[in-house]
Design a protein. Structure first.
Length: 648
């Protein structure tokens, strides 16, 4: 923890939408009378029929129900595109920067409108209607934005699956929401390497019952020859040549679903987080404006992938609803060189830059020179998201990247929250490196102890949110009971975030990381149970337990304890085979960093694996293993310690 405080620069306090006094007044108003507050701010988007009801939410056990603006009628694509045409039709909506620095493209709002309408017509011609689910498995190309907005225009529910997921993971997600249509590309391109997206889609469909998927729309990215199944697969450009660029925006109820996004939890398969239309857009656009202090004409760049919630809310929906210019980057931070981010900032004169701590830490390793050789004079604000940012990385980001000039907004939120919940507002809130600081308007964080007692003042415990905000997820797709169980049963009457947190004497929140069996690897959320079930699916593995361990670059690495079937030899070759196996089963982001072959795992007499002990061993904290007397065989612990794998 750092005790340094960075004051709000004077220029910021004057120019920003919100200064200290205004933050306090607005926050106060938002929690005192949420109905009045959100009735006013709900008007920031256009409604075909205005809402008359604002907040109708209950966290009561057994009756959790979340509705905002429930009788309003609108359309998200209309708000992100059409409503800007009169005033800013010729303004750039999306700057696309390709993987190869020689490739980039600017798309105006007028062009975006034509593209989205065409894409919507292509989908409509394939029978996609309001309420249908469409899976999008695309690289970071403009068509990803067109496809998402096209779904929103038709009232279809998109489920974007990150291009780094395996065919297995993809098929599970297609099956869970019964998507009849998949949108993909021939290949993706990242860091000069090709990703066989269409081949992955074919492999995923092969894992499903016959006739599960009716249509595959293939965008040509690299032009590679791919297998096309007649009657099912169509090239996007060929289909788009046959349609007009006019497609009416469906009238959607505020509570109609907008998208599903699968995310990992402590147990079981990834769950489909469901977000709806009105509240989500109001919240994404409002946070985008205030947190990034976005002013018209500015160039804004969020480096996330649209496969994650950050890409949904802060590359696409928030910025476009605000009529912003948003940059979409296909590549990676270190290709062709570690100066890439900073070169893109200069090339497109980026004013606001939003990235993840893992990227900052890895670029930090390359030293200051690759940053300093670029100008970055256009920058005025920096952002961080996805995991706790350690004070060293924060300071480097501030001093080297931002030349001590740009405030950093460390934004805490989750797939489930739809938008940012705890964050500084740059003109209002003093910064402390490593703290996400204070709640956004309408957000009521509380810190509770293990029994659910609400702690006051400076304290440490688990982070819950006491009341609803418009961007909150509404349910787990197809499983409302799991929604209640996962988020509202640990501390009845409150939304449990799964995060631990400290609050200091100034009321600042310091997120300490997950307190459940979720780990955060390079800002990617991973359920340890998912990696375990991939490992035990290998014929030579009898049992596996997976925990996180501190990793200099990734934040957390994946540490797997593996017990082999009787008679199997624990060889280096098998270790490599298991890493490759998990990559194939889930995707590269789930590759274990360390695998320890363990003849036995520490279990209670009732057979439950004591993960606490495994975590401590992986963290090198042999002295604080705690009570091991309840173990069925305390001897296994000595073996685990003496064979602990070294960190890379
Ligand atoms: O543990 C918190 C961490 O990321 C989790 C949410 O992951 P995901 O749903 O994938 O969304 C990531 C992007 C919003 C949280 O439970 N997390 C996210 N942002 C921060 C963070 N931890 C600390 N500080 C943050 N700023």
């Amino acid at each position: 923890m750092s005790d340094k405080v960075y004051d709000v620069p004077a220029a910021w306090a004057h120019k920003a939408y919100v200064d200290d006094a205004k933050y306090k007044a607005m926050y106060e108003a938002s929690v005192k009378d949420p109905n009045a507050f959100w009735a006013e701010h709900g008007k920031r988007i256009d409604w075909f029929h205005p809402f008359t009801k604002v907040k109708n939410t209950s966290y009561d056990p057994g009756h959790v129900s979340i509705k905002w603006f429930e009788d309003g009628i609108t359309n998200v694509a209309y708000n992100c595109v059409d409503r800007h045409l009169a005033e800013r039709g010729d303004q750039v909506a999306i700057i696309w920067e390709g993987d190869d620095p020689s490739e980039s493209k600017k798309i105006t709002y007028r062009e975006l409108s034509a593209e989205v309408n065409k894409f919507a017509n292509v989908l409509r011609n394939r029978g996609v209607e309001k309420g249908d689910r469409v899976t999008i498995y695309l690289p970071m190309i403009p068509e990803a934005a067109y496809a998402m907005l096209a779904c929103a225009r038709l009232g279809a529910v998109h489920s974007v699956v990150f291009g780094g997921f395996s065919p297995d993971s993809l098929s599970g997600r297609v099956a869970d929401c019964a998507s009849k249509c998949i949108i993909t590309a021939d290949e993706g391109l990242r860091g000069g390497r090709k990703v066989p997206l269409k081949a992955n889609v074919d492999a995923a469909i092969n894992l499903l019952p016959p006739d599960s998927v009716d249509h595959v729309v293939v965008v040509r990215r690299t032009g590679a020859a791919v297998d096309m199944t007649p009657g099912r697969d169509v090239y996007y450009d060929e289909a788009a040549a046959l349609v007009t660029d006019e497609c009416p925006a469906e009238h959607m109820n505020a509570e109609d679903p907008l998208f599903i996004l699968y995310t990992s939890g402590s147990t079981g398969k990834p769950k489909g987080v469901l977000h709806t239309t009105g509240g989500y857009l109001v919240y994404a656009s409002m946070t985008h404006q205030y947190v990034f202090d976005y002013h018209p004409g500015e160039i804004y760049w969020c480096t996330a992938d649209v496969g994650w919630v950050t890409g949904h809310s802060y590359i696409l929906y928030g910025p476009l609803a605000n009529g912003a210019t948003t940059l979409m980057f296909e590549g990676v931070p270190n290709y062709p060189s570690v100066s890439r981010f900073w070169e893109v900032i200069d090339k497109h004169q980026v004013n606001i830059f939003y990235t993840a701590p893992t990227a900052i830490r890895s670029l930090m390793q390359a030293g200051e020179e690759p940053v300093k050789k670029t100008s970055r004079s256009s920058l005025r604000l920096l952002g961080s998201v996805g995991e706790p940012i350690n004070p060293e990385a924060w300071e480097w980001y501030h001093r080297v990247v931002g030349d001590n000039r740009c405030p950093i907004v460390d934004t805490w939120w989750q797939t489930e929250t739809g938008g940012i919940l705890i964050t500084p507002l740059p003109g209002a809130i003093k910064l402390k490196p490593g703290s996400a600081t204070l709640p956004f308007f309408g957000v009521v964080p509380e810190v509770v102890d293990a029994e659910g007692k609400v702690l006051s003042g400076a304290c440490e415990g688990n982070l819950v949110i006491a009341d609803s905000w418009p961007g909150q997820m509404r349910t787990v797709y197809g499983d409302h009971e799991r929604f209640e169980q996962t988020y509202f049963s640990t501390y009845p009457g409150k939304y449990f975030t799964g995060d631990g947190c400290r609050r200091d004497a100034d009321g600042y929140y310091w997120i300490t990381g997950r307190v459940d069996d979720v780990i955060n690897v390079s800002g990617h959320r991973m359920g340890t149970a998912e990696v375990e079930s991939a490992l035990v699916a290998h014929p030579k593995v009898s049992e596996a337990a997976v925990v996180g361990f501190p990793h200099d670059i990734k934040g957390q690495g994946i540490y797997a304890y593996v017990t082999l079937m009787a008679g199997e030899e624990p060889t280096e070759a098998l270790r490599k085979e298991l890493v490759a196996w998990v990559r194939k089963e889930i995707g590269p982001i789930a590759s274990p960093d360390l695998i320890q072959f363990a003849p036995g795992l520490p279990k209670t007499r009732s057979g439950k694996i004591m993960r606490r002990i495994l975590r401590k061993i992986a963290e090198d904290q042999f002295e604080s293993l705690g009570d091991t007397s309840t173990l069925a065989d305390p001897g296994v612990v000595d073996d685990l310690i003496s064979n602990r794998q070294n960190k890379r």
